[in-house]
Design a protein around this ligand. Structure first.
Ligand SMILES: [Zn+2]
Length: 171
């Protein structure tokens, strides 16, 4: 059922005499002319049925249904409208979160690349040996920076560990 169809039902409910409606029950004797009333606010009669008791139980049920529907049907429609609105909000925010996660993941990949580049270039050579620019540890002669044994506190060590752990997670 579309939103417009729901709204149309709510509108014809609201055009009827205001709620609550009360069913008065049968007036008269079974086997003779029976009257049934549905009363609106201030004892206004909103439905009147007069019938010989061909199907007393059926008529009784129908009028009870009509009386209750005046309150229950609009209430159910409003509940459904609220649930649909809430659902639409949730879908919108879910879309927003998915976009946000994609952005953060992209930023994370970029930051990891930059970190990798930064630790790959934080060495300098004094002409003989390669030094870590951060902790100052030296490589042996004629070997590259990967041979340096860094100080424990050196950021190169923790950044490498971070990048490796992050690779595990992203694998
Ligand atoms: Zn170092």
């Amino acid at each position: 059922m579309t939103d417009a169809e729901l709204q149309a039902i709510l509108e014809y409910c609201e055009k009827a005499t205001g709620e609550p409606w009360e069913y008065s029950g049968m007036i008269g004797d079974p086997g003779k002319l029976l009257r049934h009333f549905v009363q609106g606010p201030r004892d206004q009669i909103v439905l009147l049925s007069e019938a010989f008791a061909v199907d007393y139980a059926g008529l009784d049920n129908n009028l009870r249904f009509a009386a209750n529907a005046r309150t229950d049907l609009p209430a159910v429609i409003r509940e459904l409208q609220e649930a649909r609105a809430e659902n639409a909000d949730l879908k919108r925010s879910e879309k927003g979160y998915v976009e946000r996660i994609k952005t953060v993941e992209r930023q994370n990949r970029e930051a990891r690349k930059r970190l990798g580049k930064a630790i790959a270039s934080c060495y300098f050579s004094d002409g003989y040996r390669v030094h870590c620019a951060h902790c100052g540890q030296l490589a042996a002669r004629n070997v590259g920076p990967s041979a340096i044994i860094h100080e424990n506190w050196c950021d190169v060590v923790s950044i490498r560990a971070f990048l490796e752990a992050d690779d595990e997670v992203n694998r």
